[in-house]
Design a protein around this ligand. Structure first.
Ligand code: IPM
Ligand code: MG
Length: 389
């Protein structure tokens, strides 16, 4: 017993040392990449697993059309990166094989399809999720997830902290004994400051009047308590914005309260709560298949669906009926991030028309709906009409 406790203490000491070093490194951070001064922007495309290649190809096709001029002039380059598949990752026994990571790091931004995350009991080796690994490897600290349902007055933007919390050392917990397992949650000062600043800057720049800080600081007192305290400090720099504080449990309830939920606008929250609540939020908009996300760091950024690779759709032969909207919403954010704001606005408007207004065809995930490619064609035709007007 004492030996296993000593081993656990030693493991904790190692984790604490690594995280202390990481917290120190965060203080030396550079500024955000300035895309307007770059001669060429390289967009890496990773198809992923399951329905990933289908929906990513649809988004790539639309992006290439919207950026045809920039591609022709050499200002933008699309680079397809093979190798982020579960088969390759399993063979390399790595969340991201090192050669694939090198290729990714030679791009500025990545459009990434969902990747299969091995879990205990399936046939894959127990490697870390490729999403989580990429977020850490590229220091993509902010996960921005917008959700809107215009007919119900819902217009939310979630800023999920993306490299810390329960995910920081999520695959490094300790089985102290057969009877005792312990995981760790990590909050750093700079890690919290930077996500809070991004959320408040976003609110200020986009005329949003309210930011809600979401934690469970009444129970998870140390790490969530710190997150809350630092967000409050940052809030002080934005006096024109109303800040309120919520615990994740009651917030989850309030998002289904039709009278109250319209009032929410921007949220800032730790990693795991952000993961869970954004799936709930996406459900109001039409399901996780309709929601995209931007994983933003100072140097790199990666854009993806909020959902997984849907292996069941593939095994049931339904992959071609997958919804491309998650990847198309992610593409809107990609375009905005690299400064192509006009193309972003066109694609966003086209998606709003196709998803919420005109709704000529709809994806259901089954043969009673249209295919992924048919919906992508519909979005593209709609976008081209907007450009001509
Ligand atoms: C997400 C996903 C991932 C996460 C999984 C696939 C590891 O659920 O992007 O929300 O938990 O972050
Ligand atoms: Mg999730």
């Amino acid at each position: 017993m004492n030996d296993s406790i000593d081993a656990a203490v030693e493991k904790f000491a190692q984790l604490a040392r690594q995280q202390a070093q990481r917290a120190e490194n965060l203080k030396q951070e550079q500024d955000f990449t300035d895309f307007s001064s770059k001669e060429k922007i390289v967009i890496g495309i990773c198809g992923g697993d399951g329905i990933g290649p289908v929906i990513t190809a649809a988004a790539q096709r639309i992006l290439m059309r919207l950026l045809a001029g920039e591609s022709a002039s050499g200002a933008v380059e699309f680079r397809v990166i093979e190798g982020l598949t579960i088969e390759n990752r399993a063979a390399a026994h790595a969340a991201i094989p090192p050669d694939v990571l090198d290729e990714i790091k030679r791009c500025d931004v990545i459009l990434k399809g969902p990747t299969t995350t091995p879990q205990a009991g399936d046939n894959w080796p127990n490697i870390e999720s490729a999403n989580v690994a990429m977020r850490k490897a590229l220091d993509l600290f902010a996960n921005m997830r917008p959700v809107k349902v215009p007919s119900e007055g819902i217009d939310w933007t979630f800023f999920r902290e993306n490299t810390e919390g329960a995910y920081a050392v999520g695959s490094m917990g300790v089985n102290v004994s057969d009877d005792l397992a312990i995981d760790f949650v990590v909050t750093t000062t700079e890690g919290t400051r930077r996500i809070a600043k991004l959320a408040y800057e976003y609110a200020r720049t986009n005329g949003k009047k309210r930011v809600s800080i979401v934690t469970k600081a009444n129970v998870i007192k140390t790490t969530d308590g710190k997150f809350l305290k630092i967000c409050r400090e940052i809030a002080g720099d934005y006096p024109e914005i109303t800040t309120d504080e919520w615990y994740i449990d009651i917030l989850t309830a309030k998002l289904i309260d039709q009278k109250r939920r319209k009032d929410f606008s921007v949220f800032v929250l730790p990693n795991l709560y952000g993961d869970i609540i954004t799936d709930e939020a996406a459900e109001f908009q039409g399901g996780v298949g309709t929601a995209g996300s931007a994983n933003i760091g100072k140097k790199y950024a990666m854009f993806e669906a909020i959902h997984g690779s849907a292996p069941r759709m593939v095994s049931e032969g339904r992959a071609q009926f997958a919804d491309p909207c998650s990847m198309l919403r992610a593409s809107v954010m990609l375009l905005n991030h690299i400064g192509k704001v006009q193309q972003a606005a066109v694609l966003e408007r086209a998606l709003d028309i196709c998803m919420f207004e005109e709704k000529k065809i709809a994806v259901t995930g089954r043969p009673d709906g249209c295919t992924c490619d048919e919906f992508a064609d519909y979005v593209l035709e709609t976008a081209e009409k907007i450009v001509k007007v």
